[in-house]
Design a binder for this molecule. Structure first.
Ligand SMILES: C[S@@+](CC[C@H](N)C(=O)[O-])C[C@H]1O[C@@H](n2cnc3c(N)ncnc32)[C@H](O)[C@@H]1O
Length: 270
């Protein structure tokens, strides 16, 4: 049985540490998927929206730009500090996705961009989202595709497998089982949603070279950062060289344009 509190503590410490580097690193990947996420939850003028695991609030800001009334929620005080400084006109609350601090039937839509799979028990977060939605309300969330179809991740994992140590990180295994769209659809059904669907999303993540990609994941994430940070310093040049070799096909005059892929999963409360 997974130790859910150990997962929560690991994730919390990781995101607290990543908060200030996040915008210039990992957010350059996650922000690419915001328009599709907002579309999947029908975000528009007059809708009341909750952005769960909001981080620095880019999704909340995107919803507000569409004329929605929005609140962001995150469990990281450091992330919320960045969100409040960056979006002074928006409301942000500290709380856990598994125990949302809002009454039943508060929102027309709940969205989460690459947040739900970090929660120790994602199904609890989906049930909470269902609880705070009004009847007819919409939920949408994004997850990353598996490394086989998500090249940036594959480059790092393959290089560490070949030149580093995949077992070096002592991070607790994630709680979720939210690895693919089938898992997401099943969990949405279990949480009570109807009108369930998933859609693949793709993007390009641009970096000067393998070292820059490794740096972005090492400074702007929690779990991947733990794996990268646990590699022996002497192994890093070989890991970077392996990534540069494997990424040669994605290089142009400006550097690397690396394919990334995720899924948006969505459903409605009847
Ligand atoms: C990859 S970041 C995504 C941030 C933001 N949604 C975005 O699109 O850039 C994951 C976020 O999930 C938050 N998070 C992880 N577990 C959480 C939990 N149990 N409750 C609330 N927030 C959580 C982290 O603090 C972090 O801000």
């Amino acid at each position: 049985m997974a130790d859910f509190e150990a997962i929560r503590a690991f994730e919390h410490a990781g995101w607290e540490r990543a908060a200030h580097a996040y915008e210039g690193s990992f957010a350059t990947a996650t922000r690419q998927f915001i328009p599709a996420l907002l579309d999947a939850a029908y975000i528009g003028a007059g809708r009341s929206v909750l952005d769960v695991a909001c981080g620095p609030g880019f999704v909340a800001a995107g919803a507000a730009e569409r004329g929605a009334t929005v609140r962001g929620l995150d469990f990281s005080a450091a992330m919320l500090g960045v969100a409040r400084a960056r979006h002074p006109g928006l409301m942000f609350d500290q709380g856990d996705a598994e125990a949302l601090p809002y009454p039943n039937e508060t929102f027309d839509a709940v969205v989460s961009n690459f947040g739900i799979h970090h929660v120790p028990q994602p199904i609890l977060a989906l049930r909470q989202a269902h609880r705070v939605l009004r009847p007819g309300g919409a939920l949408a969330f994004t997850i990353w595709a598996a490394p086989a179809e998500n090249t940036a991740w594959k480059l790092v994992f393959d290089a560490i497998r070949r030149c580093g140590d995949m077992s070096a990180s002592h991070a607790p295994a994630p709680g979720g089982g939210f690895g693919d769209p089938t898992d997401c659809a099943a969990a949405l059904e279990q949480a009570g949603f109807t009108g369930i669907g998933t859609r693949k999303l793709t993007g390009l993540w641009c970096h000067a070279d393998g070292r820059a990609l490794l740096g972005a994941l090492g400074s702007g994430t929690a779990r991947m950062a733990a794996l990268i940070g646990a590699q022996a310093q002497e192994a890093i040049p070989a890991i970077v060289a392996d990534m540069d070799r494997a990424a040669a096909g994605y290089r142009d005059a400006d550097g690397l344009a690396i394919p990334i892929a995720g899924f948006v999963a969505y459903g409605r409360k009847s």
